[in-house]
Design a protein around this ligand. Structure first.
Ligand SMILES: *Cc1c(COP(=O)(O)O)cnc(C)c1O
Length: 421
C-alpha cells in the first residue's frame, strides 16, 4: 500500500478521471479479495481448522509467559532445552559483536561469514560426512535439495506422512512422485520394480516422523535403494539431537550413516537455533551450491544463528546426558498418559502424539489444558490426515520431574472433563 500512496498525484500524468478510476479499481479489488478471504476463514472456523497466533513474552523455556501468565510449554521442538541456553546466547552475542547481524547477500555473491563455515565443518564431523551446506531453514533445504536432484525424467518415492516441505520439494521438482504407504518397505519395493524408465530414483523420507514420532525403516529402505540403484534422502529434523550417538540422528543410530546419500536436518529444533543443513559427499555439496535455488537465491545465514548452532552441537557432543534427560522425561510422561488411558499411537521417540480424532475435540482438549496452565497445540489437518487430529506433546530435557507430573495431572483432568478417558 505504501508504494501506491507514495505516488504524488501532481507528478502523475493521469487525468483526474482516470485517477479516480484507478483508486476505485484498487478498492474494489481489495474488497472482493477481503470478502473472499473472510468467507474462507469462516469456513475454516466452522470445520475447527482455523489457526491463530499467540504471543509469547519470554524465552522458550519450560515455562513461558503468555498474557502475563506462566504456562507450562509442551508444544515446542526445543527438545534439548537449548533455545534459551546461556551457552547459545553467549555464542550468538559474541558472533554479533564480531560479525554483526546480517550476511549482506547470497554467499556466492558476498562470501561466507566464518561462523557459517565453522558450523559446516562441525556438522560434517557430527554426521561423519565429507561436507555440509547450511540453508536458511529446513523448509528451504528440502525444497532446494529435492529440486536440484530430481527433474522431469526422474521418479521420487515418498512416504505418505512425509513433512510438507518434502512434499512441496517433490511437487516443485516436476518429477513423477510415487507415494508409498507409511513405513511400508514392501509397498516401496513394488513401486520401485516398475520405475525402470527413470533417469534417477530418489527415495525420500523423514527419519523420525514429525507428527507421529515413529521411525522410518531405514535398514530395509537402504537395502532397496542399493538393489534399485536409488538415492536415499532423509530428513532428520527430529532425529538430530534426539536419536543416535551424541545426537547424530537415526541413520547414525542404526549404523547406516554411510549408506544414506543425502542427510538433511534442521538447526531449529533440538539444536535450539535456526537454519538447516544438508550433509553428504563433497561432490553433493558442490553440486547443491551450484544448483539448489533456495541456497543460491537466498542471503547467507546470520552469523549469530550459525554460532549458536555450533555451540549447541558442541555441547550435545560433550554432554550427551542432556539427551538422556530428554528421553527420561518423555518415558515418564508417556507412562503417565498411557496409564491414564490416552492413546499415543506408534511413537518411538520423545514426540508423544495424544490421539484425539476430530479437530473440534482436539481444540477443546487444548483449551481445557490451557485453562490448567499447559500450553499444547492441537495438530489438525492439513498437518495430519483427516480424522487423526491430536495433541502433540513434547517434553524437553529442561523440564523438571515436577513439570512432567503437573502436565500429566492436567491431561488427566482435562481428559476426564471432556469424557475422553
Ligand atoms: C520442522 C521440519 C522441517 C522444517 O524445518 P524448519 O527449519 O523449521 O524450516 C522440515 N522437515 C521436518 C520433518 C520438520 O519437522
Amino acid at each position: 500500500m505504501t508504494g501506491i500512496m507514495n505516488v504524488r498525484p501532481e507528478a502523475s500524468h493521469r487525468s483526474s478521471y482516470s485517477r479516480r478510476f484507478f483508486w476505485h479499481e484498487i478498492f474494489c479489488f481489495m474488497n472482493t479479495l477481503d470478502s473472499d478471504l473472510k468467507a474462507e476463514l469462516a469456513s475454516l472456523e466452522r470445520d475447527a481448522l482455523r489457526r491463530r497466533l499467540r504471543v509469547i513474552d519470554s524465552a522458550q523455556e519450560p515455562r513461558v509467559i503468555v498474557g502475563g501468565k506462566p504456562m507450562l510449554m509442551l508444544s515446542s521442538n526445543n527438545y534439548l532445552g537449548l533455545a534459551a541456553h546461556p551457552a547459545l546466547r553467549a555464542a550468538a552475542a559474541a558472533a554479533i559483536a564480531r560479525y554483526g547481524v546480517g550476511a549482506g547477500a547470497s554467499r556466492l555473491v558476498a562470501g561466507t561469514l566464518a561462523p557459517v563455515a565453522e558450523l559446516e565443518r562441525e556438522i560434517a564431523s557430527l554426521k561423519g560426512a565429507e561436507a555440509a551446506l547450511v540453508f536458511g531453514s529446513g523448509y528451504l533445504a528440502n525444497l532446494g535439495t529435492i529440486t536440484a536432484l530430481a527433474g522431469e525424467r526422474d521418479v521420487i518415492f515418498s512416504d505418505e506422512l512425509n513433512h510438507a516441505s518434502l512434499i512441496d520439494g517433490c511437487r516443485l521438482a516436476r518429477a513423477t512422485v510415487r507415494i508409498f504407504r507409511h513405513r511400508d518397505p514392501g509397498h516401496l519395493a513394488s513401486l520401485l520394480v516398475d520405475s525402470s524408465g527413470a533417469r534417477r530414483r530418489l527415495i525420500v523420507t523423514d527419519s523420525v516422523f514429525s507428527m507421529d514420532g515413529d521411525f522410518a525403516p531405514l535398514a530395509e529402505m537402504v537395502e532397496l535403494a542399493r538393489k534399485y540403484r536409488a538415492t536415499m534422502v532423509i530428513d532428520e529434523a527430529h532425529g538430530v539431537g534426539v536419536v543416535g550417538p551424541h545426537g547424530a540422528g537415526l541413520a547414525a543410530h542404526l549404523g547406516l550413516g554411510r549408506e544414506i546419500d543425502v542427510h538433511i536436518g534442521t538447526l531449529s529444533k533440538a539444536l535450539g537455533s535456526y537454519g538447516a543443513y544438508v550433509a553428504g559427499s563433497r561432490t553433493l555439496i558442490d553440486y547443491l551450491l551450484n544448483r539448489a535455488r533456495s541456497f543460491i537465491f537466498s542471503t547467507g545465514h546470520a552469523p549469530a544463528l550459525a554460532a549458536a548452532a555450533t555451540a549447541a552441537i558442541r555441547m550435545m557432543r560433550a554432554t550427551p546426558e542432556i539427551i538422556a534427560r530428554l528421553w527420561d522425561n518423555a518415558a515418564h510422561l508417556r507412562a503417565c498418559l498411557q496409564g491414564a488411558g490416552f492413546s499415543l499411537g506408534a511413537t518411538a521417540s520423545p514426540i508423544l502424539p495424544v490421539m484425539i480424532g476430530d479437530s473440534d475435540s482436539s481444540l477443546k482438549m487444548a483449551a481445557a489444558l490451557y485453562a490448567r496452565g499447559v500450553y499444547v497445540a492441537a495438530i489438525r489437518p492439513p498437518t495430519v490426515p483427516r480424522g487423526t487430529a491430536r495433541l502433540r506433546v513434547t517434553p524437553t530435557a529442561a523440564h523438571s520431574r515436577a513439570d512432567i507430573e503437573e502436565a500429566a495431572a492436567a491431561f488427566v483432568g482435562a481428559g476426564r472433563e471432556l469424557g475422553l478417558i
